[in-house]
Design a protein around this ligand. Structure first.
Ligand code: ADE
Length: 226
């Protein structure tokens, strides 16, 4: 898989995408991440990426030309499955969408900024608008990191224990069961006996019950989804 991220603040992206599991996934050749500075696609002396909005609202809007040039330059090299735009008014991001994106080959993620981007980019070039939640960030870079992180970690081979991506929270619309490690008792606080029993059928049953109980209690909305 290849992910191209377009931003005016590349510094915000480099470090979170180059550590730990994401770093190893790139080293293993499972994913290539390319960060593009939209400013490199400007043609004026001041390398301007934003301008005042028509109609006189407050705030600045990202200009169409540099973004267009950057996306077209990438598309000239290969086909993209999705051109994603991160925005609080996009569809709400969830595990189903992460799973779907992880099966694709080439993604562009365009990070929004200021009041947004010239809407013609959204009308003509963007294929998917994604929000990571109902709150407004200063820019789409952190949202792009969240999307890239959640997609890459479920690419087969990205995490050491492949089974563990499948037992994540949300994979079956259920929260994950509690996990414990040694010592079996700390400060008088005990690990549930069943986990020490060695009876794996019982342990699996317990985990399933816990997942249901926690979901019902903490996120009943998940059980109502299709
Ligand atoms: N940019 C600003 N806020 C955002 C959000 N909630 N989701 C995605 N991109 C954003």
């Amino acid at each position: 898989m290849r992910i191209d991220i377009l931003t005016v603040v590349p510094e915000l992206l480099a470090s979170p995408l180059n550590e730990s599991i994401l770093k190893r996934a790139q080293e293993k050749g499972l994913v290539e991440i390319h960060i593009h500075n939209i400013r490199d696609y400007t043609e004026d002396k001041h390398r301007t990426t934003d301008d005042y909005p028509f109609g006189g609202e407050a705030g600045m809007v990202m200009k169409i030309e540099p973004i267009y040039r950057c996306i077209e330059a990438l598309k000239a090299e290969r086909e993209y499955d999705e051109v994603i735009y991160t925005s609080p008014d996009g569809i709400r991001y969830d595990q189903h969408e992460a799973n779907r994106l992880s099966t694709l080959d080439n993604l562009i993620i365009l990070c929004g900024h200021y009041k947004g981007i010239d809407y013609r980019i959204r009308e003509h070039l963007v294929t998917r608008e994604i929000s990571i939640g109902d709150y407004v960030l200063t820019g789409g870079e952190l949202a792009a990191c969240i999307i890239a992180d959640s997609v890459i970690r479920i690419i087969p081979g990205a995490i050491g224990d492949e089974a563990s991506a499948l037992t994540d929270c949300f994979q079956d619309n259920l929260l994950a069961p509690p996990v414990y490690t040694r010592p079996a008792e700390f400060n008088g606080w005990k690990v549930p006996d069943v986990l020490l029993s060695g009876n794996f059928a019982r342990i699996d049953r317990w985990k399933e019950e816990q997942a249901w109980e926690r979901t019902k209690r903490l996120r009943p909305d998940l059980l109502k989804e299709e």
